[in-house]
Design a protein around this ligand. Structure first.
Ligand SMILES: NC(=O)c1ccc[n+]([C@@H]2O[C@H](COP(=O)([O-])OP(=O)(O)OC[C@H]3O[C@@H](n4cnc5c(N)ncnc54)[C@H](O)[C@@H]3O)[C@@H](O)[C@H]2O)c1
Length: 365
């Protein structure tokens, strides 16, 4: 039996609550405090079924966007804005995004700019969305082939994480989400690493997927990730300090891989997982990551079935292209590449000058 867990965080004076539960609340609860005529529900072509199962949904205005990373673009934002304007949603209205990180990032971004900002609530329906994307107020879309190049900070006041919806999530998406779980364990909570080591995890086993969404250990992991991310974001809401930057562990490599492979070709989680392994390799070359720490992390990456080789198995492989993509990513600072490197405990931020780029090249095979 999964217990309901409620978290509450304050970002820049505004409260954001997260409810982890077994089942999905009805529309009255999701839109509590707002008129139904002023609420727009946004989902994608896959999460439409989840939206349709919500009691009372027939009273809501629905906007269905295309699913997948390649729909995380301005056209989808425009579709949401148009649906809101056509429905006559005013400044006192509410957008409710039901889906994974793509839907929640897009819905919250549209809410950030519609009438200079209206309220948003999120129902997170993927593992990745629950443990990372829906928490913390970062919103946006991909532009010119660069991940999240356009965005805003606009936190939801309520975020719902109904574990039962994960029963329909494809195995590849479970796998993608576990990369961000591992990331949080490395950065902030060793108990997560213990749980990942302790339980048999096999994304290829169809029973694993439906069985796991009813397990206390999954809700424990999600609750730990939400608590860790909430704490980090509370201390550095708009990534002006160093705390929130640490959440980019695996992302300098990961985003570059996603861009070089073509956005949507390698899942965000698989790319981040590969990036975590590469960050360990770079950390060893820099004398920051102890060998035993690399071994612990690589063993877990292998247990979860992620790529740990320096060359990612694409039909072509060009380390120079990965470096180029790193320089195009928005995570660079004053023209220097910035990496999050696992240390004996937690991780540290390291910037790399052009003169040291050979070290990065060495980690790419
Ligand atoms: N805002 C943040 O802080 C933050 C943090 C991490 C990642 N992100 C973003 O999140 C995105 C990735 O999120 P994601 O992995 O959830 O991808 P996603 O939203 O594309 O969802 C993955 C796929 O699963 C489908 N799906 C979603 N829920 C389902 C369910 N319950 N059953 C069946 N199918 C379902 C979706 O339609 C999609 O096809 C990326 O764009 C990334 O940049 C944002």
């Amino acid at each position: 039996m999964i217990r309901d867990v409620l978290h509450s965080f304050t970002f820049k004076g505004k409260t954001s609550s997260v409810l982890i539960s077994q089942s999905i609340p009805d529309l009255e609860r999701l839109s509590a405090g707002y008129a139904l005529s002023q609420s727009l529900v946004v989902c994608d072509t896959n999460t439409k079924k989840i939206a349709a199962s919500i009691p009372g949904i027939n009273h809501a205005r629905l906007c269905v966007i295309r699913s997948g990373e390649d729909a995380k673009n301005w056209q989808s934002v425009e579709q949401i804005l148009r649906a809101a304007a056509e429905a006559g949603i005013g400044r006192d209205g509410l957008f409710i995004g039901i889906g994974g990180g793509v839907v929640t990032d897009l819905t919250a971004f549209a809410a950030a700019i519609y009438m200079r900002g209206i309220a948003v609530r999120l129902v997170s329906t993927t593992v990745l969305g629950m443990v990372d994307a829906s928490v913390g107020g970062k919103t946006g879309f991909d532009f010119l082939g660069i991940k999240n190049l356009v965005g805003a900070f606009h936190p939801a006041d309520e975020i719902f994480m109904p574990l039962s919806v994960l029963e329909t999530l494809p195995a590849s998406e479970w796998k993608s989400g576990f990369a961000e779980i591992l990331k949080t364990g490395i950065l902030a909570d060793p108990a997560i690493i213990d749980i990942l080591q302790q339980y048999p995890i096999n994304f290829d086993d169809p029973d694993f997927l439906s069985y796991t969404s009813k397990q206390e250990w999954l809700s424990d992991i999600i609750h730990r990730c939400v608590a860790a991310k909430g704490k980090i974001v509370e201390s550095d809401p708009e990534e002006t300090g160093t705390e929130r930057t640490l959440l980019n562990l695996g992302h300098t490599y990961g985003h570059a891989l996603e861009a070089v492979a073509g956005l949507g070709t390698v899942s965000h989680g698989e790319a981040v997982a590969w990036g975590i392994g590469r960050a360990c390799a770079l950390g060893e070359l820099l004398g920051i990551t102890p060998k035993e720490r690399t071994m612990q992390i690589v063993n877990l990456l292998e247990k979860l079935g992620y790529c740990t080789t320096s060359r990612y198995p694409l039909s072509f492989w060009d380390p120079e292209k990965i470096i180029q993509a790193m320089y195009s990513d928005k995570k660079k600072q004053q023209g220097k590449l910035r990496f999050i490197i696992p240390a004996a405990e937690g991780a540290v931020i390291k910037t790399i000058d052009k003169s040291d780029i050979d070290l990065v090249l060495k980690t790419l095979g």
